[in-house]
Every structure is written in C-alpha cells, then in structure tokens.
Design a protein around this ligand. Structure first.
Ligand SMILES: Nc1ncnc2c1ncn2[C@@H]1O[C@H](COP(=O)(O)OP(=O)(O)OP(=O)(O)O)[C@@H](O)[C@H]1O
Ligand SMILES: [Mg+2]
Length: 284
C-alpha cells in the first residue's frame, strides 16, 4: 500500500512537472477539474484555479457555491470524485488530512477545537507533531535532546503568544477565552505548525470590528514577514476588497471569475451570480 502510494506521488509529480513550463515554479496550490457530488447535487463542478505563492487570495461566492467543499477536498477531509489537487506541483489528492497538514497546508478550523480544560499555553504546546519525546526510547536514551526540543518548542509558543497578543491570558483555561480570543488561539495553533499555506473559512464571521482589524493585521504581517500564503473564504466584502488580491469567484461549483478586487467587483457575471435574476432584470 505504502509503495503504491509512493509510486503514485512520483508519477503524478513527474506528469505535473512535465506540464509546467521549464524553469517556472508551479503554483503553490492548484485544483484542476475538481468535481464532487453529494447524491444528486454537484457541489463542486469541474472547478480549476491556482493560488500563487505569497498571495492573500480571496475565495468568494454566494451561499452554497461550493467554497467550503473545495476546502474540505483540499485538506483531505473528503475525497474528490475526479480532478486533481496539487501542492507545490505534487498531487495530494490521495493523502490523509494529517499528511496534508504535515506538508504545510493548514486550515484553522480543521484543527480540533480548543482544549477547554487546558491553558492557552498548553494548547499551543500540543501542536507540533513528531517530537522526540513521544518515543519512549528517545526519552530514555537521549534525554538531553528531548529537553532541548521541548525548550525550543516552549520558546516558539511564547513567540506565538506575543505575536497574537495572547501573552496576558497564557495561563487562562482556553474555555474561558472570548470567542474572538479563541479565534486567535486557533490561529496560534496553526502558527505552531509552520504552515506554507493557510486556508481560512470565514475568519470574520461573528467577530467584532476591533478584533477583525487585529485578525486582518495578523494576516498581512504573516504574509509579509513570514511569507505565508493565504486562501480565504469570506462574505465580508470590505475585508475581501482590502485584504485579498487576487479574488476568485465561485458560483454553482465552478470558478466564475478571477482578478484584482476592483475588476471582480465590477464584473456583471459576478453581480448576477450574487443577485440572481434581480441584476439581470435591472440591467435588461
Ligand atoms: N457533506 C455534505 N452532504 C451533502 N451536501 C453537502 C455536504 N457538504 C456540502 N453540501 C452541499 O453542497 C453545496 C455546497 O456547499 P458548501 O458548504 O461548499 O457551500 P459554500 O460556498 O461554502 O456556502 P456558504 O457560503 O453558505 O458557506 C450546498 O448545496 C451544500 O448543501
Ligand atoms: Mg461555506
């Protein structure tokens, strides 16, 4: 089984590289002809788009357009019916969620909810996988290495707490945080994993203006200072227009439009998708 998987990764990598122009880096994340049906409903319908490295890309569209389903497919939560998902040119369509996470594709709400009876700091310390201390023989044979790793891990957690301004509540039970602080903690848990690309599904939903501004600033800083790429689903158009470039528009499972925020905002097809027959009637 393992060997077959390895072979298919190698095959798919080779074929995707041969399809890419020589010397050009493949897009960081790409979906090609992705399709997923639930019973008779085609939620994602031959959808193709790319997310370039270093961008904060917006993914918008009316309710039920298939945006969250695309996230579920990209993160390995549900298998596609057909089509491909490529991360850095490598096919990840067959991988498990934890394998995809380990490759640096993270999603805030894919991480289990906060552990309410643990402190904020302990929640962060839970995240990184594959610590030496997890193996009893390492603890027994290489206690120094385990201690050094734990110390690095703790330093990183402290840095993340500072970064997200959660240091004052680090010893608080996670259950006692406000809804907004829990969102920041989720982002912190994601940062502990050193992501390449982060998928955010409606980060502004249910968040007050002040916290929203802080989330926006965090996303911009993480993009600028750490080179993290973002793909962000959002219904708050102000946030999308200020934060994202490019913006991809989905409608009825397909990519309807893509471009700079201003271009997309003025696209009649996009307006029609949002407003349905109303726009068509008004325009006609
Ligand atoms: N697990 C599922 N089983 C059955 N139908 C589903 C499932 N997940 C999604 N759907 C359906 O697929 C379609 C697309 O849903 P999806 O959640 O991807 O839309 P969305 O673009 O994220 O919408 P919203 O903006 O409202 O969150 C909807 O009609 C939804 O009811
Ligand atoms: Mg959704």
């Amino acid at each position: 089984m393992e060997i077959q998987q390895e072979t298919s990764v190698a095959d798919s990598t080779a074929s995707s590289l041969s399809e890419t122009d020589v010397g050009q880096r493949p897009p960081l994340l790409e979906v090609r002809d992705l399709t997923k049906s639930f019973g008779g409903l085609r939620a994602v319908d031959h959808c193709s788009f790319q997310v370039e490295q270093g961008t904060i890309t917006g993914l918008i569209g009316p309710n039920g357009a298939g945006k969250t389903t695309v996230f579920n497919l990209m993160t390995g939560f549900i298998p596609p019916d057909s089509g491909r998902i490529l991360l850095g040119g490598q096919d990840i369509g067959h991988l498990r969620p934890d394998q995809i996470f380990a490759r640096g594709l993270c999603r805030t709400f894919q991480i289990p909810r906060e552990h309410g009876t643990m402190s904020v700091l302990e929640n962060l310390m839970l995240v990184p996988p594959g610590q030496s201390g997890e193996h009893w023989w390492n603890a027994l044979l290489r206690p120094g290495r385990v201690r050094a790793e734990e110390a690095r891990h703790l330093d990183k957690a402290r840095e993340v707490l500072e970064y997200l301004q959660l240091t004052p509540v680090r010893h608080e039970y996670a259950a006692n945080l406000s809804g907004g602080q829990k969102k920041l903690l989720e982002m912190g848990r994601m940062l502990m994993a050193d992501p390449q690309i982060v998928l955010l599904d409606e980060p502004a939903a249910g968040v007050n203006r002040t916290l929203l501004q802080s989330i926006v600033r965090n996303i911009q800083a993480l993009s600028r200072e750490r080179g993290i790429t973002f793909l962000l689903i959002e219904h708050d158009m102000n946030m999308v227009m200020n934060l994202c470039d490019p913006v991809i528009v989905m409608s009825e499972g397909r990519k309807l439009a893509e471009g700079a925020p201003d271009t997309v905002r003025g696209d009649p097809a996009v307006l029609e998708a949002y407003l349905g027959g109303q726009y068509a009637a008004a325009a006609g």
